[in-house]
Unconditional design. Sequence first.
Length: 512
Amino acid sequence: MRKKELLENAHPYYEEDQLLELEHAIDFATKAHNGQKRKSGDPYISHPLAVADLLIQWGMDIDSVLAGVLHDTVEDTEATLDEIESLFGHGVAFLVDGVTKVSKARSGMQDLANYLPQTKDNLSKLLIAVGQDVRVIIIKLADRLHNLSTLQYMPHDKQVKIARESLEVFAPIADRLGMGRVRVQIEELAFSFLDPTEYNRLKNIMKKRLGKSTRKLGIVRTEVSAELEKHKVKSEINGRVKSIYSLYQKLKKVDGNIDDIYDLMALRIIVETKEDCYRVLGLLHTMYQPMITRIKDYIAVPKPNGYQSLHTTVITPTKQIVEFQIRTYTMHEFAERGLAAGFHYHEQKSTNDYIKKKRASTLPAQMQWITQLQDIATRLRNNEEISTEQLNIDIFGNRIFVYSPKGDIYNLPEGALPLDFAYMVHSDIAKHTYSFRVNGKIHPFDKPLSNGDVVEVVTRKISSPKQDWLELVKTTHAKQKLRSQLKELGIIRTISSAAHIIRQKTSRRKSK
Ligand code: MN
């Protein structure tokens, strides 16, 4: 990747003055990295430029792109954060600082590492801890993706280490951000380095299978396309081939029997409106016999990462099994680009909006975990202790959706108890909890909620928080709110302020 090429790629999407700034950043970074080389022998600058190029492809705002160009300057060159701030502004410096902290934290040199438990997935916690602004993580994903694509130049042991970390940490994060395409790219590359033999074996199997079914699928596609046209549904139909890594994972579940996998290749129908999605589903079910257990409505009930589509698997008269995925263009965009779509250059807001409260409150329901992430990041910075287990529950566990009786949707970690829901709705409601009704039935305080539950908090003025409630909440948010209510009521004493002072002293000593 070279300067001229990057500027050309950026040209259609950004304003004239933004492009000038980009050129300025490229020149600054080129000078800073002068003389450094990548393992491939390329000049080092080719890497940050490739990262910036990915961020442009993902439709990120100009500050992220500039930070992409500059992301390795503070760590690897003489350039300082102050310089970057004075040249490119606070917003860009803030992002570069975030990315630098992630890298530093990884090599264990950073203060953050001092108060976070050293475990296998330390990196994920560090990513979260410095991920005050989720764009930092998106830049980090671009960085990782480019490093993976040039991994062949690394020694074998490093290849394995980076590939494993990518599968364990970066791919799940991309998934959690709803960035489906990036997740797949990371998984495919990482898997091909981690287990090249298995990767190639599956790739060959896939090739053979696809060769046979592509022609048959073509016939189905023509049939469907004609039917949709007849009913005046405007649509676009594409074939979607399963990725090697997800085939690998699925094969493990079905004891390696590839005949049990129906979605090696699926047909994806993209339409204009949500209503059209359901019309298409109806038409497909009129044309073919659906497999009843394989109809999924992720439009009415989205996946926890926000993914929306209708899925159905049908059997054609020639006994062919075909999976269809039906979605609107908007849903398709989100499925591919996820949260990155929210920072689109078409609707750029100022960096300050993201840094301040606004960035969180404008997120859709399924992304509420990001608010929690930012909350936890702040508390880690304030030296509050959060256990490993807690982080896993809040951030890396599976998520469920529950509803208020009014139909408002809430996103909670799996295993969450009714009081977690109550505190999520409002701590003033939670403190007067008397009982719970779930799906119309009385529900005990200690029984976890399930996906799709409708939860009603029954309140009484005379009810108030009790100490044993501490055992009946799982999320950090609820624990924190409940604790401060208990303190207010004098039920538990505020010993933590003393602990806090001691901790502050210790950390001051450390930083000397
Ligand atoms: Mn880098």
